[in-house]
Write a protein of this length. Structure first.
Length: 271
């Protein structure tokens, strides 16, 4: 064999070996979730963990948390046993697993950056009789395959809202079906020092909705928190759309509060 042909063979052999090494690094055995799919599963598991940490009252038992994880497995057409086996395998191949985690975290960050919500610490304040303090997205979409079928908001202004402020959360819902029983729950809460006032409501029909919260007159309001969430036990739907959000703050004593009092309950007080 000539020197040129020998060099060519060596060069081709080196390329082949590099290709084999690269292929082996990204390969998983049969029965183990492949890297690309594992990245998507990891993203949804991270979202599930975030949901539990953000709203632990909704997942007080291990059975309820497991139900949420099962939603991830169904979405990706996996069994819990397949996921557990894959985690054991990746635990023995940490370089691959860390690469997956890093890509998953980068993907989550990109999604968060794309949302572009304004941070709660710059929530608007004003002495006006009425003010829309909603600073988040106006449109949301609920899907049977989504883990985050909820709208969560948390407003903590630099300067507390005036004592006795009243709040009205308004939005529209489209896509509910007649066989859904209490499919959407709305929750609005205002914190006034060591006191919290809260009100809840359920939504069972398409169209505009609102929830009204009146605080106690003696204390200023330093935080307004709430959520609208889908009852995940009822998944008989295609997609649900929520839009046209506003969160009106009314100053204590304004005529609007008297009108709202006549048609709404005002909420319960927690100490």
């Amino acid at each position: 064999m000539s020197k040129i042909s020998l060099d060519t063979c060596i060069s081709r052999g080196a390329v082949f070996m590099v290709a084999v090494i690269l292929f082996a690094c990204g390969r998983t055995p049969d029965g183990i979730i492949p890297e690309k799919k594992m990245q998507k599963v990891t993203i949804d598991m991270q979202l599930a963990e975030a949901m539990i940490n953000m709203d632990p009252a909704s997942y007080p038992t291990s059975a309820e948390r497991r139900t949420l994880y099962q939603t991830v497995f169904r979405k990706h057409q996996l069994t819990e046993a397949e996921y557990d086996s894959s985690m054991i395998w990746y635990g023995k191949h940490l370089d691959q697993y860390m690469r997956i985690c890093n890509l998953a975290l980068a993907d989550i960050k990109a999604q968060m950056d794309a949302v572009g919500d304004i941070k709660p610490d710059i929530a608007p304040t004003s002495n006006a009789d009425s003010l829309d303090i909603w600073i988040f997205r106006k449109y949301y979409e609920f899907s049977p395959l989504s883990l985050s079928n909820r709208v969560i908001f948390d407003l903590q202004p630099d300067e507390p809202y005036s004592s006795g402020s009243a709040f009205v959360l308004r939005w529209q819902v489209w896509g509910l079906t007649p066989n859904m029983k209490k499919p959407v729950e709305a929750h609005l809460k205002a914190y006034q020092g060591d006191t919290a006032v809260t009100v809840k409501s359920t939504v069972g029909r398409d169209g505009p909705h609102e929830i009204y919260l009146k605080t106690i007159p003696a204390k200023r309001v330093n935080r307004v928190y709430g959520y609208i969430r889908l009852n995940t036990a009822d998944t008989a739907f295609h997609k649900i759309y929520l839009d046209d959000f506003s969160l009106m703050k009314y100053r204590y004593g304004s005529p609007a509060i008297a009108a709202l009092d006549s048609i709404h309950t005002t909420g319960s007080v927690e100490n």
